[in-house]
Design a protein around this ligand. Sequence first.
Ligand SMILES: *[C@@H]1O[C@H](CO)[C@@H](O)[C@H](O)[C@H]1NC(C)=O
Ligand SMILES: *[C@@H]1O[C@H](CO)[C@@H](O)[C@H](O)[C@H]1NC(C)=O
Ligand SMILES: *[C@@H]1O[C@H](CO)[C@@H](O)[C@H](O)[C@H]1NC(C)=O
Ligand SMILES: *[C@@H]1O[C@H](CO)[C@@H](O)[C@H](O)[C@H]1NC(C)=O
Ligand SMILES: *[C@@H]1O[C@H](CO)[C@@H](O)[C@H](O)[C@H]1NC(C)=O
Ligand SMILES: *[C@@H]1O[C@H](CO)[C@@H](O)[C@H](O)[C@H]1NC(C)=O
Ligand SMILES: *[C@@H]1O[C@H](CO)[C@@H](O)[C@H](O)[C@H]1NC(C)=O
Ligand SMILES: *[C@@H]1O[C@H](CO)[C@@H](O)[C@H](O)[C@H]1NC(C)=O
Length: 379
Amino acid sequence: MFRDLLLSLVSLAGLFAIVFAENAPGWPFDVTTLTAPDNSITAKFVSLGATMTELWVSDKFGSFRDVVLGYDDNTKLLTDPIHPYFNPIVGRYANRIKNGTFSIPITKNAQPDGPNVFHIPTNEHGGLDTLHGGTVGWDRRNWTITAKSATSVTYKHLDPGDEGFPGNVTVFVMHRVENSGILKTTMHASATALTPIMVSQHINLNAFQQGSNDILNHTLRIDGAKVVATDSLQVPTGPLIEVKGTAYDFQEPRQIGSQWNETVGYCGPGCQGYDNCWIYNKNESSAAGVSLWSTLSGIRLDVTTDQRALQFYSGNTVDQPRKAVHGGPALNYTRWSTLVLEQQNYIDAINTPEWGVDEIYGPGRDFEWSSTYNFSVVH
Ligand SMILES: *[C@@H]1O[C@H](CO)[C@@H](O)[C@H](O)[C@H]1NC(C)=O
Ligand SMILES: *[C@@H]1O[C@H](CO)[C@@H](O)[C@H](O)[C@H]1NC(C)=O
Ligand SMILES: *[C@@H]1O[C@H](CO)[C@@H](O)[C@H](O)[C@H]1NC(C)=O
Ligand SMILES: *[C@@H]1O[C@H](CO)[C@@H](O)[C@H](O)[C@H]1NC(C)=O
Ligand SMILES: *[C@@H]1O[C@H](CO)[C@@H](O)[C@H](O)[C@H]1NC(C)=O
Ligand SMILES: *[C@@H]1O[C@H](CO)[C@@H](O)[C@H](O)[C@H]1NC(C)=O
Ligand SMILES: *[C@@H]1O[C@H](CO)[C@@H](O)[C@H](O)[C@H]1NC(C)=O
Ligand SMILES: *[C@@H]1O[C@H](CO)[C@@H](O)[C@H](O)[C@H]1NC(C)=O
């Protein structure tokens, strides 16, 4: 209880956060390291947010690289007022919620004073919407390890109706590494009352490769013919846009930067880059939803998932000191130097009943999530 109160205060006041961090420089972070038997992949996690702090895979030269953004000082995961969500689990409801408001059953324009309406702290765009579960989302809660081996770790979190969501949710996440460069993450959540649940893993891949400091030279394929239309806050308006003939179209692999100038406005007014939600074409039996590779490093990633949508964010506002292994701390991670992939469901479907996408879970209906990240080398 006291810890939770402290966490709320910390994230409410950046100034307080700094004072707190200075007063507790050695705040302990329990690091779990998983390595596949064939040494092809090593991943490190901390209990706070069940967050991945490092992910090492081989490049085409046979050198191992840490391919995710992060901090050398893990206390920043708890206190950084910029809060860039470097590789945690985000929930109870990932991505944006219009005006932090929804009703159960869901309705189109839930008004705060309407019946069965819930209002969640609005922590983005000056209080106009909610991002990643509220002021203190699951990424800033300390999860408990329930099982651990050399290749897998399972974390549990009990959310007792935090941030104004209805019902208690118990969530488990298992991270596992396997031979041939595989990272697999699965989640399971159950709730004691009807509540929205849309959990995601917020993977921040980096671009630090020979010859390039941005992601624009990476080749991307997204198996999705539609993106969600959004307003100036990147909150869905209802329609789905056909990607064909637009710079949203990654159905055939192409370099991320190849239609870069056409992306002005895609991530908000005057903003260049992506921060959008693709609806996958695939169904259960189909192949990878996303593929990504760089011919400079030779690292290739194929992601398969049971989720129906993908948020791809090109790090348009990132400006943070880098980890030492990425050349920090004098150099920063800057805009377009990271590619964030979030496997999730239709964003803000709880305010978009016309989609007919049911994101309300409760007794008798548990939430499931599974994604496999397959790293290989291209020459
Ligand atoms: C989270 O919990 C673990 C296990 O109790 C503990 O070792 C660690 O210090 C905690 N981390 C934070 C940030 O509170
Ligand atoms: C957003 O929520 C706030 C707080 O409940 C409310 O005062 C405001 O009217 C809502 N705005 C809209 C546009 O519904
Ligand atoms: C929800 O969690 C709270 C706090 O742990 C507990 O007091 C309460 O009994 C739980 N309610 C249900 C319905 O499980
Ligand atoms: C891609 O890489 C080539 C060669 O390394 C470089 O000349 C070019 O400027 C890069 N393009 C982008 C968009 O980064
Ligand atoms: C993209 O925009 C920049 C800045 O406005 C301009 O210098 C560049 O020529 C444009 N590139 C293309 C391919 O249109
Ligand atoms: C799944 O996708 C494949 C390939 O697009 C298609 O042939 C098949 O009919 C789909 N199955 C279902 C159940 O939608
Ligand atoms: C790096 O980012 C921090 C935090 O945004 C900022 O204060 C600092 O000026 C940046 N450093 C450089 C070299 O741009
Ligand atoms: C991983 O991706 C590589 C390259 O696309 C492929 O050859 C391999 O079969 C994939 N492995 C799994 C387990 O899907």
